[in-house]
Design a protein around this ligand. Structure first.
Ligand code: ATP
Ligand code: MG
Length: 886
C-alpha cells in the first residue's frame, strides 16, 4: 500500500462507520494564540469536546497536519537520529463527541489494524492505564491478544489531559514489534529500545479536571484517537524506518543527489539527510499555511527549522542555497495537499531568500564569534559566558550547536547554564507579551461564567447598525487593579464589559477593528468603546457608563457609530480590491500576509520579492480605481466551503472555516472568504489613494492606503501644503519648481559672494594685530566668522602665504561646536607638526584633532572654550617646539 492508499483506507473505514470526514485544518490553530501549531488531530475539534459548540455529527474522522516543535510536544531535537519522529507529520484520527466510547473505539481499531491492514496479531501489544480495568477487560474480550501482551502503564504514558483543567482520561496505545523474529523481550525493554513502536493512541475522555486537580466524570464521555500515518506506512510497506517509505525516499534521494552522496551508507550523513527531508516538509507546509519567516512567534519557529536544515546541508558539504530546489519533490510526494503546489513558486522564493540570508549571516557571525573568543582569551578565560553566547545566538541567529563547533576548534567551551538562563528569560518575556490578550479574555470568561453557562451572541451588524431591545445578559466591572468582577449593575463613571443577547457591534476580527457607539436603557446612557470576540461565539463590549445605571436584564437600544463603520467598510472592500489588483498585476505568487482595516486607513501586507516602482503603484491604484468607478454591486452570502474554494475563493491562513462559509464577491474580480463588513456597491468607496509601500520582512511588503473620506482628507492636506508653498514663493503652484530653482541659483551666488568678502576682510585686517613671535617663528591666531571648513582652510592658507614663513591657527564657532584649522608653512613642518598642534588645540576645546604635518583640523563641543584656546596658541607652539627638540 502506498501512503495515499493507507491514508484513504483509514478515512474510508471510519466514513463507512458513520463518521463525518474533515479535511485537515491549517497548521496554525484558529483563535488560540497560546498554541503555536496544531500538534494533534483533536485540536480543530476542541470546541466540540468542550461542549461550547455542537458538532454537526457526533462522529468524525480526519488526517490532520501536525507539527511538534514547541511547547508540550517538542520532537525537534529527536529528528534526525530517530527513525520514527518527525517535526511535521500527519495524524490519522477518529473522534466521538459523546457518542460511542471505549468498546467501539477498541473494536474499530482492532478491526482496522488486523482485518483491513492485515497486521499479524502476534506482533501487537496494547497498553492500558493501570487503573483502567474496563479497558483491560475490553481488550481481552475484543482482541485475540494474550494476557502478557496487554500491559498496564502509569500516568506518564497512559493518562492524557487537554490542559491543567478540562477534559482528560486514560488512554490505550497499540504498539507493534518491529523485529518479531527475534526472541521476545520484556515490555519495558522492548519499548525503551524502540523495538516496540507505538502506532496508535486511543484516548478515553471520561473526566473533567478542575483547578484543584479533582476529577469529575463527564456526562458524555468522548473518544479522541491518533495514529501516525508515517509509522503505519512504514509498517505496511515492511520497512524499518519511516524514512524508507514512499513519503521520504524521493526527497532523500534528491537531497543526496545534490550533495553528491547516497542515503544509507554513513550514519552521520544519514542523520543530516533525514533532517533536511523532514524539515523541508515542515517548512513547505508552514509557508503554504501562510506563516512567514520572522524573528518572533510562529515565523521564528519556521526560520529556526529552515536554518537547522541549511546547517545540516552544510554538514553534507552544501555551501550554496539548495533547499528551495528540493521543494517540487516535496509537493509531488505530498500531492494529497494541493496547497503545496499552489504556494510552490512563492515558497521557493521565500526559502531561497532565507537560505541566502542565513549563509551570509553564518559567515559574518563567525567573525563575531572569533572576536568574542579573542576578547575572552585576552581576559584569560577559556569559556564563552552565557550572555555572550545568547547575544550571538539572538542577534545573528547563530545556532548554539554551530557556536559550539567554532568555539571547540579554538579550545573554548560554552557556558551552557548561563545560556539557558538567558534564553529562558527571553522566552518568558515573549510569552508574557503574546498571551496577555488571550489571558484577558479567558479570565473574563471565567468571571462571567460564574453566573452560568455563557451564551453564543447573535451578531446582526451586517444588516443593522441599530438594535432595539437587546437584552443585557452579563456585566463585569473593571477594577482598579485591572481585573474584572462580575456584577449585576454598573453606574455612571464605571468602566466594564457588557454581554448582550444579540448585537449590531462588529467584534474585532479578520483585520477589521471593532465597532464603537452607544447603548441606552431606560435608566442609562452607555458609551461602547470597543468590541471584541470573547471566544466560542461570545462578544464583549468594552463600555463606560455615562449616565444612570445599567443592569443585567435591561433592554438596550444599541447604536453603532455609523460614520466610523461606513468608513471602515469602505476600507475593507478596498482591501479586497487591493488584493485582487496586486494579483492581477504581479501574478498568483502574491498572497495576503496580514491586514488592518481601520476607519481612517487600511494596511495590507503581502508576499512579493521586490519593492513596487512608482509605475507599479500607479498600475495597482488604476486597477482599483477602475473597479470603484464601475460601481459593481457586491455579492455577499453563504455557501458550502468546497463550492467556494472551487469557485476560486481565497481562503486566508489562520482562519477556521466551517462547512458553510461567508463569501464576499466583487463579481468578475474578487472572491474571498471573509467575515467582515463591506459596502453594498464598490462605487460607495468613492476613491482610492495608495499612501506608501515598503518592506516589513523578507519577501513581505506593506501597502497603506486611504479611500473615500480618507482620500478627501488627504487631498485637503495636500492642497493646504501647496497653498502654503504658493504663499511662501509668491507664485502659482505651476511656477513653483522654476521659482525654487531660481532661488537656489541666487542663494549659491550669494554664498560665493560672502566667501569672497570674508577673505577680503581677512587680508585687509590690521597687519600684525594678532601676530606674535615664538622662538623666531611667526604665529597668527584669530577667531573668524563661522564658515564651511573648506573655506576656513582657504583663509588659513591665504594668511600663511602672506606671512611667508609661519603658523596660522583660525577658530570659528557655531551654537554647539568649535572648529579650528592649523596651517604650517613648509619650511617649519620639521619643527612644528600641524597635526600635533591640532591635537593640543582639540583638547583645549573639549574635543580632539589631527591631520597632516602642514595642515590639520581640530574640533570640540564647547564653543565657550574658543577664546581661551586661541590665547593659548603661542604657548602650545612653544611646547611643540620644545617637544620636537627634545
Ligand atoms: P512517542 O512516544 O512515540 O513520541 P507520543 O506518545 O508522543 O509518541 P501521541 O501524542 O500519542 O504520541 O500521538 C499519537 C500518534 O502520533 C503516535 O502514536 C504516533 O504514531 C504519532 N506520532 C507522535 N509523535 C510523532 C512524531 N514526532 N512523528 C511522527 N509521528 C508521531
Ligand atoms: Mg512524543
Amino acid at each position: 500500500m502506498n501512503t495515499c492508499e493507507v491514508r484513504q483506507s483509514f478515512l474510508d473505514f471510519f466514513v463507512d462507520r458513520g463518521h463525518r470526514r474533515y479535511d485537515s485544518a491549517p497548521l496554525v490553530p484558529h483563535g488560540d494564540p497560546t498554541l503555536l501549531f496544531v500538534n494533534a488531530g483533536m485540536v480543530p475539534f476542541k470546541d466540540f469536546f468542550l461542549g461550547v459548540e455542537t458538532p454537526p455529527q457526533p462522529r468524525a474522522v480526519s488526517a490532520q497536519k501536525c507539527l511538534r516543535v514547541s511547547g508540550k510536544h517538542n520532537d525537534l531535537e529527536n529528528v534526525g537520529p530517530s527513525l520514527r519522529h518527525h517535526t511535521f507529520f500527519e495524524m490519522l484520527g477518529n473522534f466521538s463527541f459523546g457518542d460511542y466510547f471505549k468498546a467501539e473505539a477498541i473494536e474499530f481499531a482492532w478491526q482496522l489494524v488486523t482485518d483491513v491492514w492485515g497486521l499479524n496479531p502476534d506482533h501487537l501489544f496494547a497498553s492500558v492505564y493501570e487503573e483502567d480495568d474496563d479497558a483491560y477487560e475490553l481488550w481481552s474480550k475484543i482482541s485475540t491478544l494474550p494476557a502478557e501482551r496487554i500491559v498496564r502503564g502509569g500516568k506518564a504514558d497512559n493518562f492524557w489531559a487537554m490542559g491543567d483543567v478540562g477534559p482528560c482520561g486514560p488512554c490505550s496505545e497499540i504498539h507493534i514489534d518491529r523485529t518479531p523474529d527475534l526472541p521476545q523481550v520484556a515490555w519495558q525493554e522492548g519499548s525503551s529500545s524502540g523495538r516496540y513502536v507505538e502506532i496508535w493512541n486511543l484516548v478515553f475522555m471520561q473526566y473533567e479536571s478542575d483547578a484543584s486537580g479533582q476529577l469529575r466524570p463527564l456526562p458524555n464521555p468522548s473518544i479522541d484517537t491518533g495514529a501516525g500515518l508515517e509509522r503505519v506506512s512504514a509498517i505496511l510497506q515492511g520497512v524499518d524506518s519511516n524514512y524508507d517509505t514512499d513519503l521520504f525516499q524521493p526527497i532523500l534521494m534528491h537531497a543526496a543527489d545534490l550533495a553528491g552522496t547516497t542515503y544509507g551508507r554513513d550514519t552521520a550523513v544519514d542523520v543530516s539527510l533525514r533532517v533536511v527531508a523532514d524539515h523541508l516538509r515542515a517548512v513547505a507546509f508552514l509557508l503554504a499555511d501562510g506563516v512567514i519567516p520572522s524573528n518572533e512567534g510562529r515565523g521564528y519557529v519556521l526560520r529556526r527549522i529552515l536554518r537547522r536544515a541549511v546547517r545540516h546541508g552544510m554538514h553534507l558539504g552544501l555551501q550554496e542555497p539548495f533547499l528551495h530546489q528540493l521543494l517540487p519533490t516535496v509537493s509531488e510526494v505530498m500531492g494529497a495537499y494541493p496547497e503545496l503546489s499552489a504556494a510552490e513558486k512563492a515558497s521557493q522564493g521565500s526559502i531561497k531568500t532565507e537560505e541566502e540570508k542565513f549563509l551570509s549571516t553564518v559567515t559574518s557571525a563567525a567573525r563575531h564569534v572569533q572576536d568574542a573568543i579573542e576578547t575572552s582569551r585576552r581576559e584569560g578565560r577559556r569559556r564563552l559566558d552565557g550572555e555572550t553566547v545568547f547575544r550571538l545566538y539572538d542577534t545573528f541567529g547563530l545556532p548554539p550547536e554551530m557556536l559550539r563547533e567554532i568555539a571547540e576548534e579554538e579550545g573554548f567551551e560554552l557556558d551552557d547554564e548561563g545560556f539557558k538562563r538567558a534564553l529562558d528569560a527571553q522566552r518568558q518575556r515573549s510569552r508574557r507579551d503574546t498571551s496577555r490578550a488571550q489571558e484577558l479574555s479567558s479570565s473574563l470568561r471565567v468571571v462571567l461564567s460564574a453566573k452560568g453557562e455563557l451564551p453564543i451572541v447573535s451578531f446582526v451588524g451586517y444588516r443593522d447598525l441599530e438594535l432595539e431591545g437587546a437584552l443585557v445578559l452579563r456585566l463585569a466591572r473593571l477594577e482598579a487593579k485591572g481585573d474584572f468582577t462580575a456584577v449585576e449593575s454598573l453606574s455612571a463613571g464605571e468602566k466594564g464589559v457588557l454581554v448582550t443577547e444579540s448585537t449590531p457591534f462588529y467584534p474585532e476580527g479578520g483585520g477589521q477593528v471593532g465597532d464603537r457607539g452607544t447603548a441606552d436603557s431606560q435608566n442609562s446612557t452607555v458609551a461602547i468603546l470597543d468590541t471584541r470576540k470573547g471566544g466560542s461565539g461570545l462578544i464583549f463590549h468594552t463600555i463606560q457608563v455615562e449616565e444612570g445605571e445599567i443592569g443585567v436584564g435591561d433592554s438596550l437600544r444599541m447604536r453603532v457609530d455609523e460614520d466610523r463603520r461606513r468608513r471602515t467598510e469602505s476600507n475593507h472592500t478596498a482591501t479586497h480590491l487591493l488584493h485582487a489588483a496586486l494579483r492581477q498585476c504581479f501574478g498568483d505568487s502574491v498572497r495576503q500576509a496580514g491586514s488592518l482595516v481601520h476607519p481612517d486607513r487600511l494596511r495590507f501586507d503581502f508576499t512579493h520579492d521586490r519593492p513596487l516602482t512608482e509605475d507599479d503603484r500607479r498600475r495597482v491604484q488604476d486597477v482599483m480605481a477602475k473597479w470603484v468607478r464601475r460601481a459593481v454591486p457586491m455579492k455577499i452570502g453563504e455557501r458550502a466551503y468546497n463550492e467556494a474554494v472551487e469557485a476560486g475563493a481565497m481562503a486566508l491562513f489562520g482562519e477556521k472555516y466551517g462547512d458553510r462559509v461567508r463569501t464576499v464577491e466583487i463579481p468578475g474580480f474578487s472572491l474571498e472568504l471573509c467575515g467582515g463588513c463591506h459596502v453594498g456597491n464598490t462605487g460607495e468607496i468613492g476613491g482610492v489613494r495608495l499612501l506608501s509601500e515598503r518592506g516589513v520582512a523578507s519577501g513581505v511588503r506593506r501597502i497603506e492606503a486611504v479611500t473615500g473620506w480618507g482620500a478627501d482628507q488627504l487631498a485637503y492636506k495636500e492642497r493646504d501644503l501647496l497653498r502654503d508653498v504658493e504663499g511662501q514663493l509668491g507664485v502659482p503652484i505651476d511656477g513653483a519648481a522654476g521659482e525654487i530653482a531660481a532661488l537656489q541659483a541666487r542663494l549659491k551666488e550669494a554664498e560665493k559672494e560672502t566667501s569672497k568678502l570674508r577673505l577680503q576682510l581677512l587680508s585687509s585686517g590690521e597687519e600684525g594685530a594678532d601676530e606674535v613671535e615664538v622662538e623666531g617663528v611667526k604665529v597668527v591666531s584669530r577667531e573668524v566668522a563661522a564658515a564651511p571648513s573648506g573655506e576656513l582652510r582657504n583663509m588659513a592658507d591665504v594668511l600663511r602665504d602672506k606671512l611667508g614663513s609661519g603658523i596660522v591657527v583660525l577658530g570659528a564657532r557655531s551654537r554647539d561646536r568649535v572648529n579650528l584649522v592649523v596651517s604650517v608653512s613648509a619650511d617649519l613642518t620639521s619643527r612644528v607638526n600641524a597635526g600635533a598642534l591640532a591635537r593640543r588645540m582639540g583638547s583645549l576645546v573639549g574635543g580632539n584633532g589631527g591631520g597632516r604635518a602642514d595642515f590639520a583640523q581640530a574640533g570640540g563641543k564647547d564653543p565657550a572654550l574658543l577664546p581661551g584656546a586661541l590665547t593659548a596658541v603661542a604657548s602650545a607652539v612653544e611646547d611643540e617646539l620644545r617637544a620636537q627638540r627634545g
